[in-house]
Design a protein around this ligand. Structure first.
Ligand SMILES: [Zn+2]
Ligand SMILES: [Zn+2]
Ligand SMILES: [Zn+2]
Length: 212
């Protein structure tokens, strides 16, 4: 070490050497002004730019993050996605997932296909905890599949093959679905009502049966 440096400058050089030994080339210290281990200094993340923290904490902070919030977020994001994939395999994609939303709601994308309409379930919001713990990853469309099947069975029991359901994007029993009457074409009806009503809720079938 250069003998012309002051004691403080020497300490600063040592601190940078220790930081590099721990974090490699991830950080730069061009703007770092070392005063003491417990005082703040500026550190530059090669990816996320400048941040300020206590010199000692930078050396003690977890590997790969070095105390940079940006690094911490991307590590958290990486770990959460890794955990999700270990639980759910390739069922979901994480292109819209951001770790800074992780405590409340994050966006997930379900790749499962609606077996009637052929549309993918797509984006939904839930917390990572719920995404990890619930069997369908918290996808509301997946959750409705058994109800959807039951509804189709009830409809078949009530109406036989009188109606076509390829446009029936079932959401819940209380929401409208598009049902196609083989005689009169499409009409919207509450899912719950379709199986209960005598004519499945087709307005023209109803008119004809009243006219008789
Ligand atoms: Zn960073
Ligand atoms: Zn789904
Ligand atoms: Zn009809």
């Amino acid at each position: 070490m250069n003998p012309n440096l002051t004691t403080l400058e020497k300490r600063g050089v040592k601190w940078i050497a220790r930081a590099k030994a721990r974090h490699g080339d991830r950080f730069r210290y061009n703007y770092a002004t070392y005063r003491s281990a417990h005082e703040n200094t500026t550190i530059t993340c090669a990816i996320h730019g400048d941040f300020i923290m206590r010199a000692q904490r930078h050396i003690e902070s977890p590997l790969n993050s070095g105390g940079c919030l940006g690094c911490l977020k991307s590590i958290t994001q990486f770990n959460l996605v890794k955990k999700s994939k270990a639980i759910h395999g390739d069922k979901f994609t994480y292109d819209r997932f951001k770790a800074d939303e992780w405590q409340t709601k994050a966006t997930y994308t379900c790749t499962s296909v609606n077996f009637i309409t052929g549309e993918t379930h797509g984006d939904f919001n839930t917390s990572p905890i719920n995404h990890h713990q619930s069997p369908n990853g918290g996808c509301p469309s997946c959750r409705q599949i058994p109800h959807h099947i039951k509804w189709l069975k009830d409809a078949a029991t009530a109406h036989g093959d009188r109606f076509i359901y390829t446009r029936a994007n079932y959401v819940s029993r209380c929401k409208n679905v598009m049902v196609v009457c083989r005689d009169h074409g499409p009409f919207a009806v509450k899912a719950r009502h379709h199986a209960e009503l005598k004519n499945g809720g087709c307005p023209r079938c109803v008119k004809i049966s009243r006219g008789r």
